[in-house]
Design a binder for this molecule. Structure first.
Ligand SMILES: NC(=O)c1ccc[n+]([C@@H]2O[C@H](COP(=O)([O-])OP(=O)(O)OC[C@H]3O[C@@H](n4cnc5c(N)ncnc54)[C@H](OP(=O)(O)O)[C@@H]3O)[C@@H](O)[C@H]2O)c1
Length: 318
């Protein structure tokens, strides 16, 4: 089968398309004929080996030869003990532990997959698992009238999170690059900020909730941007910023009546299916910017990594 492989961290030119042996599902795993794999920032981080958490399990070399975690496709073989799926089932899920979605076939743990809703295409379903789980968890504390800021709101998780927060009645400010301002407004943001021009932490109207998808500022800047009783949660960004949030942030928040911490997002269908249900009901829209073939995966990753993607980008292997 064809797969996009790499042996060292780097830019997209370290990727190449190769013929590799078909993966065989072991106990508790299923093999999926991949119909679509959406790209997440975590794929770009896994390619670059940066931030440092992207090297967990593979300090000097990538732990997995093939990236791609958010897969959708058709089950074609199952390992021993698999009870929820059989050949022919249409599935989707976040295969972050094993990756391998930029290929014609991928193996995934049965527990990471769900049955694909028939109302969604494979491409649409593939956009949901990772970004959806982050968006659902990141907006669970939103209440009507609260002021929410989402940093990095023009990407995959952000475009879902803006819509979820608007449904809950929040006032939403989206922060991203200049090219994404119109897109953030089109999915519901009330206000938008270009992070290259303005610093959202120097605001005159502080926020009740900040969801930070790309943290890199100091804890004291985040505290400044929060209203009394406010809550800051980050889910990705530089390791330095994340460590500061985990250590200094917890204390700095507590002593000033704010809460500063890291958002813990669990994997698995229970965490992304609520978003899929809303998409099926037509309450949340899925924004696919572009689709690429397997041969075009280097270009697709460059498109995301260089900040050109509005919403989600999808790879269609077959
Ligand atoms: N369980 C977990 O906790 C978990 C699991 C997987 C992923 N993650 C993390 O979740 C995060 C979100 O991923 P995603 O797939 O939604 O990302 P994405 O689609 O790439 O969106 C991120 C957005 O942030 C923007 N951005 C980059 N630097 C920025 C800055 N300094 N200020 C404001 N915006 C900035 C990007 O635009 P430009 O490039 O144009 O600047 C992009 O639009 C990632 O950090 C990832 O590591 C967490």
């Amino acid at each position: 089968m064809k797969a996009v492989v790499y042996e060292r961290y780097g830019l997209p030119d370290v990727l190449r398309v190769e013929d590799v042996p078909m993966p065989a599902p072991t106990a508790g795993q299923v093999r999926v004929k991949v119909a679509a794999t959406s790209i997440n920032l975590s794929d770009w981080e896994g390619l670059r080996g940066s931030p440092a958490y992207a090297r967990i399990g593979g300090l000097r070399r990538p732990a997995r030869r093939t990236l791609g975690s958010d897969i959708a496709g058709v089950v074609d073989d199952v390992g021993a003990g698999v009870t929820r799926f059989r050949a022919g089932d249409e599935v989707y899920g976040d295969n972050l532990a094993l990756m391998g979605g930029f290929a014609e076939y991928a193996v995934a743990a049965e527990t990471s997959l769900a049955h694909k809703p028939s109302q969604l295409t494979f491409a649409e379903a593939s956009t949901i698992p990772q970004a959806g789980a982050i968006a659902v968890k990141g907006t669970e504390r939103v209440v009507a009238g609260s002021r929410l800021l989402i940093n990095g709101a023009g990407g995959g998780s952000g475009s879902f999170a803006i819509q979820l927060a608007k449904r809950l009645g929040a006032h939403v400010t989206g922060v991203d690059s200049a090219a994404k301002q119109d897109f953030m407004r089109s999915v519901g943001a009330d206000d938008v900020i270009d992070y290259r021009r303005d610093d959202f932490t120097r605001t005159s109207q502080p926020y009740d909730l900040i969801l930070d998808l790309v943290a890199h500022r100091s804890v004291f800047a985040y505290r400044r941007a929060l209203a009394p009783g406010g809550r800051y949660r980050c889910v990705g960004g530089s390791v330095r910023a994340l460590l500061r949030v985990l250590t200094v942030g917890a204390v700095a928040g507590r002593v000033t009546g704010r809460s500063i911490g890291v958002l813990v997002v669990k994997e698995g269908p229970a965490h992304f299916q609520p978003l899929a249900d809303l998409c099926v009901a037509g309450d949340i829209a899925i924004h696919i910017d572009r689709s690429f073939t397997l041969d075009e995966v280097p270009a697709a990753l460059a498109y995301v990594g260089e900040g050109l993607a509005l919403g989600k980008v999808v790879v269609l292997p077959s």
